[in-house]
Design a protein around this ligand. Structure first.
Ligand SMILES: C[S@@+](CC[C@H](N)C(=O)[O-])C[C@H]1O[C@@H](n2cnc3c(N)ncnc32)[C@H](O)[C@@H]1O
Length: 322
């Protein structure tokens, strides 16, 4: 299998923080293209990595990579919310756990997966395409206008949510279902008057459909719930004195990670694909569980931004389990 071109974000920081002695056992919760896993394995030849991903393609790649590291890389296909079940006998087991949230370059660059408006593809966006679950097509074509607007507000944090929902709704009422990524992106762009009003951290214009695509992807993959549950379950797998390191790419993820480190336990039982904002707003009890090491988040420096623009929104937080 051809290894995709992928530059792992904040790799030097990840290795410096996680690699504390010669023989450690790590859990990489987001194998992706294996960039961070490879870094960990190469840093110390006695270290071992257990690698998880919900994407079958990523896990196939992990099995290929495992051949280069006999008895040192163990791939698992599954998702964060299944952690306890997958690693049943591994409580207080790992020296370090890494979570690099979001989508991989492999997913974004594969037109068939429908994650990106840069490539023409079906409106899919499932990270685990083996599951017969909801797709972006279902959300875009079946939700009523008010729900669509709410989804874009909550998960895209886009102020123009009403206008975007209206143009999607009007289009499909007039012309029928919206079926491809580029079609959806164009409808949004035209609906907003063709403007690219947002800019990223590098001052580059952002496509007006960016936040809507983020919102759809989050709901299709139930990402916030997954993240919240994953962090709770990962805690039990980490050894006391072990390190949890998380990298996030937007404020919704970062908020959940920050609250986890602060020990804020949310009540999320009923939260799922009904896009209830409970998870984002609930006040709950506090348990001190980590010695937080990042009072100030770690971000990419200018060299990394030049080399890998994807790192522009990456935020790294880590803590030591008490
Ligand atoms: C940003 S990529 C990771 C890139 C990786 N660190 C590397 O260096 O190649 C995120 C990966 O996490 C996976 N992922 C996202 N949410 C997940 C979940 N809830 N459970 C398991 N894997 C998940 C995605 O499928 C994707 O492959």
């Amino acid at each position: 299998m051809k290894v995709p071109l992928h530059i792992p974000v904040l790799l030097d920081h990840v290795l410096k923080i996680l690699c504390r002695n010669e023989k450690q056992i790590f859990l990489d919760l987001t194998f992706g293209a294996g960039g961070h896993t490879k870094g960990l394995l190469n840093r110390n030849e006695k270290s071992i990595v257990y690698a998880l991903d919900r994407d079958q393609n990523a896990i196939e790649l992990a099995y290929e990579m495992a051949k280069e590291y006999p008895n040192r890389l163990f791939p698992f296909h599954g998702q964060f919310s299944e952690l306890k079940q997958i690693f049943k006998n591994k409580e207080n087991f790992f020296d370090g756990i890494l979570l690099d949230a979001g989508t991989s370059t492999m997913q974004l660059n594969d037109p068939k997966r429908g994650f990106s408006f840069r490539h023409e593809g079906p409106l899919d966006m499932r990270m685990n395409s083996k599951l017969k679950s909801i797709t972006a097509y279902d959300l875009v074509n079946k939700l009523d206008e008010a729900t669509l607007s709410r989804l874009i507000r909550l998960y895209g944090e886009d102020q123009r949510h009403r206008k975007i929902a209206r143009c999607i709704y009007q289009w499909r009422s007039t012309f029928g279902p919206i079926s491809t990524t580029i079609q959806l992106a164009s409808i949004i762009k035209i609906g907003l008057g063709g403007s690219a009003s947002d800019v990223d951290k590098l001052n580059r214009p952002i496509h007006p459909a960016t936040k809507t695509f983020q919102a759809l992807r989050i709901v299709v993959n139930d990402e916030l719930n997954e993240l919240y549950n994953g962090l709770e379950q990962a805690y039990t797998l980490l050894k006391p004195d072990g390190i949890l390191l998380c990298i996030s790419f937007h404020s919704l993820e970062d908020r959940i990670i920050k609250r986890h480190f602060q020990g804020i336990v949310l009540h999320s039982d009923e939260f799922s694909l009904n896009f209830d904002d409970k998870l984002l707003n609930t006040q709950a009890e506090k348990q001190i569980r980590y010695d937080i090491q990042t009072k100030h988040i770690i971000e990419a420096d200018d060299n990394e931004l030049d080399e890998n623009p994807k790192s522009r929104s990456a935020k790294l937080r880590y803590g030591i389990k008490l």
